[in-house]
Design a protein around this ligand. Structure first.
Ligand code: SAM
Length: 304
């Protein structure tokens, strides 16, 4: 049976039989709550490192010891929170796949979204066209779990990465993720508001997935998001652009000439942001990119 390695040493070991029983009951729960039994298998893949085929065939049932990322009792309790309070499954598991990474998460950080992976693809395309950008200092502002910073460090092997967040709990978790990938010597974590903790200038590139949801829309979000993900990661002020405006105004002080400014945003914001960048006067080559649903979600600009 294939076992996916995960970053933490496993203290919690259970028999295959115990997992088999757990899965059986959880699938009954899922049916009762009208949710797909695939959620149960996704969870067990993440927490027990089992693969889909093994779960389907039950071939793990004979195993004496299966390491778990969480004690089974805790998993049961979080699973109940998923059923009754719609706690996102990624928080139940404590991790999720993102690009080629396994990213640890908890409710103090936003669950990294598939859309955000594209920020890294954009940088990959950019450095193919302009290899000299693959070095120097790159920053991930509002790092949350640290996913962007880790992916950047792996992509830009010769660059130095800084990642900041205002949330102390996010910095702690990002540190866990960075440590799990042995990148503590490549990524410097800073706690504070946007650029405040930075003394460095002449930065080659800035990436950010800032909070961009207008305050009044937070109430309309799905319960999973509204009740469980940190509002600090979501709420972008009255029109959602509070932090983006700040990043437009402040980044020219920190970026080198030709430096990259790249952010993710939500539907209907990209044109406004492109105009704001244009008006600011310090940027050129302003480009808008679409996500895999054809929605304009990323704005890339270069410091003049
Ligand atoms: C949308 S989340 C993005 C998290 C992560 N980069 C990702 O893409 O999954 C925005 C992040 O910005 C952080 N944040 C909010 N206000 C901030 C501020 N004033 N300074 C720095 N970070 C901030 C939040 O704590 C949160 O981690």
């Amino acid at each position: 049976m294939k076992q996916r390695q995960n970053s933490k040493a496993h203290q919690n070991k259970v028999t295959g039989e115990a997992i088999w029983q757990w899965r059986h009951l959880a699938i009954l729960d899922a049916k009762q709550f009208g949710i797909s039994s695939r959620e149960v298998d996704w969870l067990l893949m993440e927490v027990a490192g089992l693969d889909a085929l093994a779960l389907h065939l039950g071939s793990y049932r004979q195993l004496d010891q299966i390491p778990l990322k969480r004690p089974l009792e805790q998993l049961t309790q979080l699973w109940q929170e998923h059923l009754y309070a719609l706690l996102p499954l990624q928080y139940v598991a404590g991790s999720l796949p993102w690009r080629d990474l396994t990213v640890q998460v908890n409710p103090s950080v936003l669950i990294p979204r598939p859309e955000t992976e594209f920020l890294i693809d954009l940088i990959e395309i950019l450095i193919q066209k302009q290899p000299d950008l693959a070095q120097g200092i790159w920053v991930d502002l509002g790092t949350g779990s640290g996913a962007i910073a880790i992916a950047l460090a792996r992509l830009l092997q010769n660059a130095q990465i800084f990642a900041s967040d205002i949330s102390e709990a996010a910095i702690q978790l990002a540190n866990q993720n960075i440590t799990a990938y042995n990148l503590t010597n490549r990524i410097t974590l800073l706690q504070g508001s946007w650029w405040d903790p930075f003394t460095t200038r002449e930065i080659t590139g800035m990436l950010s997935n800032p909070p961009y949801i207008p305050t009044q829309m937070i109430e309309e979000l799905e319960i999973q998001v509204k009740n469980h993900e940190p509002h600090l990661a979501l709420d972008g002020g009255q029109d959602g652009l509070r932090d983006i405006r700040y990043l437009i105004e402040s980044a020219p002080i920190y970026l080198c000439s030709g430096g990259v400014w790249l952010i993710e945003l939500m539907i209907n914001q990209s044109r406004i942001v492109a105009e704001l960048l244009e008006k600011q006067g310090s940027y050129e080559n302003i480009e808008i990119y679409q996500d895999f649903n054809g929605i304009e979600r990323y704005v890339l600009a270069r410091r003049r």
